[in-house]
Design a protein around this ligand. Structure first.
Ligand SMILES: Nc1ncnc2c1ncn2[C@@H]1O[C@H](COP(=O)(O)OP(=O)(O)OP(=O)(O)O)[C@@H](O)[C@H]1O
Length: 586
């Protein structure tokens, strides 16, 4: 453990132990390794930073025996109040956008200090969907004057602060950062004289050499999305289409790291980068290849798509993008694409600056003549599973795992990208939208309309990806939802109550499906083949079968999949450096 760090037991450990569905899972051929309950420790040994957190508040917060925390200023904090994983704070009560004392974050962590050139715009509702007003993108370093007013008992404490790269301690900081920081702090202090901490920063513009304000980040509107706030004033961005519950119960999820907090604060200009070419244009963003003018480093710039700039006031900042920035900026794992910073342009368009990855697997496999070898696939699957395990350990569902969202660089590193559909989940499960996961990779429980689902939906997608990596073509290519279900049933057999308890109660289970009695998957992946089918050992097939298990409660977890026998039998997983290289896409 690094000096000055304290180890905080992770909630995800508790959750995993409580999930219990592993007990239902049939023990077969010894492939089902018991869940590694100590995986967090072992992960740290492997260099993954999952559990270690630096508590920057030791001397700021004293804890009474009953768990009540007492701040230095004497404010008592109710026991067990946790900050949710969100650097954005919303205020439902106030009509005007403002910094509310109720949303105060207290931190003595100077590494989290940053100027906060916030420029807030009003939130506009379309009248149908209740859109809450945005309070602020808060800087933990906002001066106390800003908060010295009402309701001290509701002060939120950021309990476990992780030291992490941020704009002001990273290489992105300019030489004059210290000066800029203190200057902008001074500006914020002055602006704090505004009523109730309203943060008006228009007059910062042009004052900070390399920064622009992030006005867009304070507005949120999406047809199907609303941003909920719990009683603590902490945002829970949610998708309200498809009858998602407005469950006010405390999700109470910890923030994986503290990085996200700072990403959204002071933004540099996109003109620090030279755009080279467009890589791709997706639903939520355009992705460019670009060069950092200072360092020459090649990066990927993902421009957040706002439907029509003229209507930006109306449409606001897409929630999917807020989610993505929130999550990506907070995570730090070798299998998750890194967001280096968030930048804006002259028109307040927002860009995520990401590490550049030369390939995505969809494009790659389209251009490959032959499929990956078994040891290549094992290497790739291990990286994917480690990434998914990290997400699930940190209470995040990706909900859109597919080959085009898996990137590969020339060092053989696989990274998961596109967290636009990702969201936190909690225990007990709440109903979520089922319109997630691109159809071909969508789990049967989603296709059949289950509103409560969990990590197993990602594991199904991983199964589809494993099959695709092996065969170089998608496993279930449905042309519609019903065709997707049909294709799955035709291959894996039509499910019933016996193999999937609760199946018959699913909304989609009432339809009259043709009865396919047998699981035909082995035919597609035989143990030996002279006909060109992809060969897969018994252990490999066992893993694939467990990933593609109907009953989500019995589907293998990322934790168990990482430890599956297949990865230990010959041929062993290739090491990353020996993966084949491919001509870089431009
Ligand atoms: N860091 C990166 N480096 C290189 N290419 C990237 C990077 N991030 C994304 N891309 C490319 O851009 C494509 C789209 O990215 P992403 O999925 O994040 O955008 P999106 O708008 O959410 O797309 P979609 O609508 O397909 O979900 C990826 O498939 C990949 O080809």
């Amino acid at each position: 453990m690094a000096a000055g760090r304290v180890d905080v037991p992770r909630r995800s450990d508790v959750g995993r132990l409580n999930r219990g569905h592993l007990h239902d899972f049939p023990q077969k051929n010894g492939f089902n390794n018991p869940s590694n309950r100590n995986n967090l420790v072992s992960q740290r040994k492997d260099g993954y930073d999952l559990g270690s957190r630096r508590c920057g508040l030791e001397d700021l917060v004293r804890v009474k025996k009953d768990g009540t925390r007492i701040l230095d200023d004497g404010v008592q904090q109710p026991p067990q109040k946790k900050m949710k994983f969100s650097p954005i704070i919303w205020d439902l009560e106030e009509k005007e956008v403002r910094v509310s004392s109720r949303n105060r974050l207290v931190s003595k962590d100077t590494t989290l200090s940053s100027p906060s050139p916030c420029k807030f715009s009003k939130v506009v509702s379309n009248g149908d969907v209740p859109v809450p007003d945005v309070a602020a993108v808060l800087s933990p370093s906002l001066p106390d004057q800003l908060f010295q007013d009402d309701e001290p008992e509701q002060v939120l404490v950021e309990e476990e602060v992780v030291q992490a790269p941020n704009l002001f301690t990273s290489r992105w900081a300019s030489d004059s950062d210290d000066e800029d920081v203190s200057r902008s702090e001074e500006k914020v202090r002055r602006s704090s004289s505004l009523e109730s901490g309203e943060c008006k920063t228009d007059d910062f513009e042009g004052d900070l050499s390399n920064e622009r304000s992030c006005s867009v980040l304070s507005t949120c509107h999406d047809e199907d999305m609303v941003c909920k706030m719990d009683s603590d004033g902490v945002m829970d961005v949610d998708d309200m289409s498809e009858g998602d519950a407005v469950d006010e119960s405390e999700l109470d999820v910890e923030e994986p790291t503290g990085r996200g907090m700072n990403m959204l604060l002071g933004c540099r200009s996109v003109f620090e980068y030279e755009k080279l070419n467009k890589i791709s244009e997706g639903t939520y963003g355009v992705v460019f290849r670009a060069r950092d003018k200072k360092t020459g480093e090649i990066v990927a710039l993902k421009k957040v798509k706002i439907l029509d700039r003229r209507d930006a006031e109306e449409f606001g900042f897409p929630v999917t993008s807020l989610r993505e920035i929130n999550i990506l900026a907070s995570f730090d794992h070798p299998s998750i694409v890194k967001v280096k910073e968030v930048v804006v342009d002259d028109h307040d368009s927002v860009y995520m600056v990401m590490e550049y990855m030369e390939h995505d697997f969809k494009g790659l496999m389209d251009s490959m003549k032959r499929p990956f070898s078994t040891s290549d696939v094992k290497c790739l699957m291990l990286q994917l599973l480690e990434g998914v395990k990290y997400l699930h350990d940190n209470w995040v569902l990706h909900r859109d795992l597919k080959t085009s969202n898996l990137l590969l660089n020339n060092q053989g590193e696989l990274k998961i990208c596109d967290f636009g559909m990702a969201r936190q989940y909690g225990s007990p499960l709440k109903p979520y939208t089922t319109k997630v996961v691109t159809q071909w990779y969508r789990a049967p429980e989603l296709l059949l309309g289950a509103k409560k689902y969990s990590t197993a939906v990602d594991m199904w997608s991983v199964g589809c990806i494993m099959a695709e990596l092996l065969a170089k073509e998608p496993l279930f290519r449905g042309t519609s939802e019903i065709d997707q279900i049909r294709k799955i049933f035709d291959t894996l057999g039509t499910p019933n109550e016996k193999i999937w308890a609760g199946f018959s109660e699913l909304p989609g289970a009432k339809a009259n499906y043709s009865k396919q009695q047998y699981n035909m998957l082995r035919k597609k992946f035989p143990a030996a083949s002279f006909t060109g089918y992809t060969v897969l050992s018994d252990a490999g097939f066992d893993l694939l079968n467990r990933l593609l298990t109907y009953d989500p409660a019995k589907r293998i977890t990322a934790d168990d999949a990482v430890n599956h026998e297949w990865f230990r039998e010959l041929p062993l997983p290739k090491s990353k450096e020996f993966l084949p290289t491919f001509p870089s896409k431009k």
